[in-house]
Write a protein that binds this ligand. Structure first.
Ligand code: NI
Length: 388
């Protein structure tokens, strides 16, 4: 595949961009320096359009191919934000912002997509339009959703989306992907159980909130074991139990439960929300208490389209060979899911080698993955919109 050679030549330049981003990490939507640098570079490559401020601080570049016979438009996405972690890599280009760090490799994703944009603007060896998308706030702020709500899909006419994330523990520059769910829907819930507090020696004059909460905790596990198809995946974990009592002999007025519910299937997700709410409110009612359930949906399931997954794997195969296509999904969340909910596409992992895991203070993106990652991004454009 010819892109590989060009990216070997571009490696020092792309690495320099990556390390500059690494040195200046920014959080959530507050990625002004990074977004400004991305826009400046896209313009210097000769992109046909560079649009800033989509989804607050997102940046989009448009690169038109030599021809456009069928009006095809393919979107490539990278994330730009860092994490509130104090860096411990000891790298010469370590974070200059105390308490902030590129600990998930989004510096690498942004640099690899910039490299692909530079190559695509140079060669334009495709029939259609490439849209390169740089999103803010992947780490909890829903920047992908903000860009979608800001009209990303219709404004640029995007028909397919492709995204990538690095993965420690996989050989550097290797690829892994699977059809269907790649990452989980990650939701959280707060349950407030209200009864009638009082003296622990006079339970008959109280409505016991702790006993009610305990029965809710136990009964909620029946949603996973009895309501959900045993061949599907779900997990409910109650992680916090707190009351307004600090005494051994006072039945509390209120007990609060907090937890997380994760799933890999939109139908299962609906069942979790419905089941947790049904069990909590009705167990409480049976005990004479009241349970209020606040179920908050986080990022949806990251769902790879089966056909797009095949295309993504074929391109990856030409770059590194031996692409893993039978990996297990992860129960973490990813907000590229909002783009994949709008149009078909796929999300792939690129190996980061034997490094610390993402979100660890010793993690660092592996620059040796750049030629493979940039080649895959650019390769998706040339494969999905072959030159006429
Ligand atoms: Ni990440």
């Amino acid at each position: 595949m010819p892109v590989k050679n060009r990216f070997a030549e571009l490696l020092p330049e792309i690495t320099a961009w990556r390390r500059d981003f690494h040195e200046h990490p920014e959080l959530l939507y507050d990625v002004h320096r990074t977004a400004g640098r991305v826009a400046e570079l896209l313009a210097s490559f000769g992109c046909d359009e560079v649009v800033e401020g989509i989804g607050r601080t997102g940046v989009v570049g448009v690169i038109r191919g030599k021809t456009d016979s069928a009006g095809r438009v393919v979107g490539l996405r990278a994330d730009m934000d860092a994490l509130p972690i104090t860096e411990q890599t000891g790298a010469p280009y370590a974070s200059k912002s105390p308490g902030k760090m590129h600990a998930c490799g989004h510096d690498g994703h942004t640099a690899m997509l910039l490299g692909a944009a530079k190559y695509l603007a140079e060669t334009r060896n495709f029939d259609g339009t490439a849209v390169v998308i740089f999103q803010p706030a992947e780490e909890g702020g829903g920047g992908g959703l903000a860009m979608v709500e800001d009209g990303l899909v219709d404004r640029f006419g995007i028909q397919e989306f492709y995204g990538m994330h690095n993965m420690p523990g996989m050989p550097v520059g290797s690829f892994a992907i699977k059809p269907g769910p790649m990452m989980a829907a990650a939701d959280q819930f707060d349950i407030t159980v209200t009864g009638k507090g009082g003296h622990a020696a006079k339970p008959h004059e109280c409505i016991d909130t702790t006993l009610t909460a305990a029965q809710i905790i136990v009964a909620m596990q029946s949603v996973v074991s009895r309501n959900i198809d045993p061949l599907k995946n779900a997990v409910i974990s109650v992680c916090v139990v707190s009351t307004d009592s600090t005494a051994h002999n006072v039945i509390p007025q209120v007990v609060k439960l907090k937890g997380t519910a994760r799933s890999l299937d939109p139908g299962v997700r609906d069942q979790l929300e419905e089941g947790i709410t049904r069990v909590a409110t009705n167990i409480a009612a049976a005990m004479g208490a009241v349970a209020k359930v606040d179920y908050q949906r986080g990022y949806p399931v990251t769902m790879n389209d089966p056909q797009a997954t095949d295309w993504a794997a074929e391109v990856a195969e030409t770059i590194s060979g031996g692409v893993k296509t039978d990996m297990e999904p992860m129960m973490g969340g990813e907000d590229f899911s909002y783009m994949l909910n709008e149009r078909p596409g796929a999300y792939i992992w690129v190996g980061n080698g034997d490094t610390a895991m993402v979100h660890h203070p010793a993690y660092n993106f592996n620059d040796e993955a750049i030629p493979a990652g940039s080649s895959w991004y650019a390769g998706m454009i040339e494969a999905r919109m072959p030159a006429a």
